[in-house]
Design a protein around this ligand. Structure first.
Ligand SMILES: [Zn+2]
Length: 187
């Protein structure tokens, strides 16, 4: 029914906004702003945001953080009746983790042309060679999700430039500047 579809879309948007709130948490910690929530029977049961730098953990993507929380909460490594909402298309690592957990549905916001594994680079969720498939809804609140990422990278470039400018000025005025000061680590 058209009404149900409309309702589903509204629910998807509302949950994606909660994922966007999670992404903001990542930004506040200087991490690339990606956020996720896991929903079961219409209720959020777990949240996560990207934090590989702070955690010293290359696997600490928003999806994995939320997935671990949900599995612990439910006491089960399979989550077949859950939906994951994430602001950016999952990478291959997260896609496989979601398939291992037997997720029924994944909803994402912005496409990731560089590492997206839900159709942009590969489509692991629909690969007939894999034994589990997962329904994908792409592009929910896409503009808000990609704007957040673009704004983050724009601000970071600005900050790097002003740091370089002040380093240059400091050099001119004879103040010693270490390499670390002018070259913050990239993600
Ligand atoms: Zn990932």
């Amino acid at each position: 029914m058209a009404g149900d579809t409309q309702l589903d879309l509204e629910a998807d948007r509302a949950f994606m906004h909660l994922a966007l709130d999670q992404a903001q948490n990542a930004w506040l910690l200087g991490e690339v702003p990606v956020g996720a929530v896991i929903v079961r029977a219409g209720q959020v049961i777990a949240t996560g945001y990207n934090r590989p730098i702070g955690e010293h953990d290359p696997t600490a993507h928003a999806e994995i953080v939320a997935l671990r929380q949900a599995a612990h909460l439910l006491g089960n490594y399979r989550l077949p009746d859950c939906t994951l909402y994430v602001t950016l298309e999952p990478c291959a690592m997260c896609a496989m983790a979601l398939l291992h957990a037997r997720f029924a549905r994944v909803v994402f916001g912005a496409h990731d042309p560089k590492t997206g594994a839900a159709g942009s680079v590969v489509d692991l969720f629909a690969d007939p060679r894999l034994n589990h498939h997962c329904s994908i809804t792409a592009g929910v609140e896409q503009t808000a999700c990609s704007n957040l990422l673009q704004e983050f990278f724009r601000e970071r470039r600005r900050a790097q430039k002003s740091q370089q400018d002040s380093a240059h000025e400091a050099c001119l005025s004879g103040i010693e500047v270490t390499e670390l000061d002018i070259d913050p680590p990239l993600i």
